[in-house]
Write a protein that binds this ligand. Structure first.
Ligand SMILES: C[S@@+](CC[C@H](N)C(=O)[O-])C[C@H]1O[C@@H](n2cnc3c(N)ncnc32)[C@H](O)[C@@H]1O
Length: 238
């Protein structure tokens, strides 16, 4: 397994959906974890054949994928809570991956697999209907109109997400940018393959019962209170 190259981040397709990939220098422990632990649980960044997560944990009771896990608070917290679920996490920001590695080692987790780059090629490569849940919490807002095209939520992304999710599988999305929430509802509705579970405003203003607050969420950088959108994947063709 090749070590991730954070000096030359690759973006899937023509548009990069993430910002910086390097921050502070890694601690000695983090550097060592990249050399030792990371290769044992890395998801191939550019898969050239279909990826079946069951190859990593055949008896997983559920398979979840968190895209853009940032500081890994949610990813690691969920993995601790659900030792029989397999958690895939993607994050191109080196420090975020380092935090996930520390969390995995500290808690002795063996139900996490990490991708240290753009999630989109891997989402595309997953075998159909393998995911129980796809989670995207506070994605980069790209809120200037000319940057909207960099948003993760795009028709092609939703198509790949729908293909990877089981029928009835959940797409979880949160943002504190009102315009990104509206954008997501619009794009998901246009896709047609998902059902939005909200019935009243209370449903999107209230985090899911098992939500774990993320660092980015606590920064309150957006223009509204957090909005939580929960969708389920309809069976193909419905
Ligand atoms: C605003 S941060 C939020 C991080 C975290 N979810 C939280 O709530 O604290 C968005 C994260 O998504 C990551 N990201 C953006 N595009 C991505 C992509 N295509 N694949 C994987 N991660 C991505 C960025 O690197 C960034 O760390």
């Amino acid at each position: 397994m090749q070590k991730p190259d954070f000096s030359a981040p690759k973006a899937y397709g023509p548009l990069r959906s993430f910002g910086r990939v390097r921050g502070r220098a890694l601690s000695d422990r983090q550097t060592q974890l990249f050399d030792t632990l990371f290769p044992t649980l890395a998801i191939p960044a550019e898969p050239d054949s279909p990826l079946d997560p069951r190859d990593w944990m055949a008896d997983a009771q559920a398979i979840e994928f968190e895209i853009g896990f940032g500081g890994a608070e949610h990813l690691i917290g969920q993995a601790i809570r659900h030792p029989h679920h397999l958690f895939l996490g993607a994050e191109p920001f080196q420090e975020g991956v380092a935090k996930a590695l520390v969390g995995i080692e500290d808690h002795g987790l063996n139900n996490v697999r990490l991708l240290a780059s753009d999630a989109r090629p891997v989402l595309q490569a997953l075998v159909p209907h393998c995911l129980d849940r796809l989670t995207i919490l506070f994605p980069d807002p790209w809120h200037k109109a000319r940057h909207n095209k960099r948003r993760l939520i795009q028709p092609s992304f939703l198509e790949a997400a729908h293909r990877a999710l089981k029928p009835g599988g959940q797409l979880r999305f949160a943002t504190d940018w009102a315009d990104y929430a509206a954008w997501t509802i619009e794009k998901v509705t246009q896709h047609g393959g998902f059902e939005w579970l909200a019935e009243t405003a209370h449903d999107w203003r209230t985090p899911p019962d098992d939500h774990i607050t993320t660092r980015y969420e606590t920064k309150k950088l957006g223009d509204c209170a957090p909005i939580f959108l929960l969708f389920t994947a309809r069976p193909q063709g419905m």
